[in-house]
Design a protein around this ligand. Structure first.
Ligand SMILES: [Zn+2]
Length: 159
């Protein structure tokens, strides 16, 4: 899984700055990319072709939006959350959301809304999130991670 290690990562200065502010290191990006590209496990966007992948090497889940470029990867954004996705427990959504523009690359199926189980500290939650109807792999958007999950994480930490 180390054969991707020397591939170049292309980032605009604003993206580099954002990731620095979020405390996301290059090695975090590379861990996600190694899993995504090594196992073909990522979501791909219907119109832009961007790939969105995640990995949880420790307590933190990292998400990276990227494309392959010139033998390396162009990074558009990355974000993280501590809340754990409990994979494999998806249920029908509580309400139908808008059409999802992401496709599960492994299953070649468009994501659909599902009620997904999440856990943080001693609490478990259910949230409607897009997920693959076959393998149940979930998608956490940047907004969900940096706004909603971050807020819930802080509330639980303060309890
Ligand atoms: Zn799938």
């Amino acid at each position: 899984m180390n054969n991707d290690d020397n591939r170049k990562l292309y980032m605009e200065p604003a993206v580099r700055k954002l990731l620095e502010d979020r405390g996301i290191r290059e090695e975090d990006l590379r861990q996600v990319l190694a899993v995504a590209e090594g196992e073909g496990r990522f979501h791909s966007h219907r119109t832009t072709g961007h790939r969105l992948a995640h990995a949880t090497p420790g307590k933190v889940t990292y998400w990276v939006e990227y494309v392959q470029e010139d033998g390396g990867y162009r990074i558009f954004t990355a974000y993280s959350h501590r809340m754990k996705i409990l994979e494999g427990f998806n249920m029908p959504p509580r309400k139908e959301g808008e059409k999802v523009d992401w496709i599960c690359a492994a299953c070649d199926l468009p994501l659909e809304w599902a009620a997904v189980k999440l856990a943080y500290l001693d609490e478990t939650f259910v949230a409607d999130l897009p997920a693959c109807p076959a393998c149940q792999r979930v998608l956490v958007s940047e907004e969900n991670a940096v706004v909603k999950m971050a807020m819930a994480e802080r509330m639980l930490e303060d309890k």
